[in-house]
Write a protein that binds this ligand. Structure first.
Ligand SMILES: [Fe+2]
Length: 253
């Protein structure tokens, strides 16, 4: 599905996505992290948004007006996230835990009981997502979840056709967790499922937001994503702090 990246709302949202980068990210794609550093990172990711992402989508779906094409996009996304039905795999939170087991962690490391130990900025971001999923206008919640949370720094390049995410076995064999941290490829079904389905979902998500946001609501949509970006940066700073990572002067922006 072709997305008009020159649409004024697309321009503003892409300007947000261009900033979805954190200085500590490169250390996650290189060798050198300890098991406990990896665990801190993944516990935060799982409890902040991975485990409940399908439910957040369900909440968003529950807020949408009767526009069939919009409801279909969110329902398909929800179906894949909560069942793995489109990629013929399993619920994505479950696939995440299998990846964690592949790294040698146990499921109990990801219990809700761990949530109280998350960095306060992580708890705030988690709360922002919960509240944002049902906030009006629904277009703001849609942009928050399906563009900001599911999207990445590569959003602009992906929509322009200049970036294609790695797929299938290639995506798995080159993944840092396999290359540097000993995760067996068989435990990487999550990456395979994302490669199989999410390219198409990106275009659908953008079309749902761009095609159904009247000009007078564009500000609400952009603001929701700008607030999320600020909270996300604080969240990532908090995780880096808990991992004991320090920003080098050359990385400061
Ligand atoms: Fe997913």
């Amino acid at each position: 599905m072709r997305v008009d990246t020159k649409h004024p709302l697309a321009e503003r949202l892409l300007a947000v996505m261009d900033q979805k980068h954190h200085w500590a990210y490169p250390s996650l794609t290189k060798p050198g992290l300890s098991r406990s550093q990896l665990l801190v990172h993944f516990q935060h990711e799982y409890l902040v948004y991975v485990r409940d992402f399908p439910v957040l989508l369900a909440r968003l779906l529950g807020e949408t007006p009767p526009i069939d094409e919009v409801r279909r996009v969110f329902a398909e996304n929800l179906y894949e996230e909560q069942t793995g039905g489109l990629s013929k795999s399993a619920p994505h939170p479950e696939l995440f835990l299998r990846m964690m087991e592949g790294l040698g962690f146990s499921r109990s490391d990801f219990d809700e009981s761990v949530a109280s130990t998350l960095h306060p900025a992580a708890q705030s971001y988690r709360q922002l997502l919960r509240e944002g999923s049902t906030r009006t206008p629904w277009q703001a919640g849609a942009a928050l979840l399906t563009i900001f949370v599911e999207g990445s720094l590569n959003e602009r390049a992906e929509l322009d056709g200049r970036f294609a995410r790695a797929k299938g076995e290639d995506a798995i064999s080159r993944h840092p967790l396999v290359l540097h941290y000993g995760c067996p490829p068989s435990a990487m079904q999550l990456v395979r499922a994302h490669g199989d389905v999410e390219g198409g979902h990106r275009g659908d998500a953008w079309s749902a937001v761009l095609g159904h946001t009247p000009p007078e609501l564009e500000r609400d949509v952009v603001l929701a994503c700008e607030r999320a970006l600020a909270a996300w940066h604080r969240y990532r700073d908090g995780v880096a702090e808990r991992m004991g990572l320090h920003q080098r002067v050359s990385e400061a922006s």
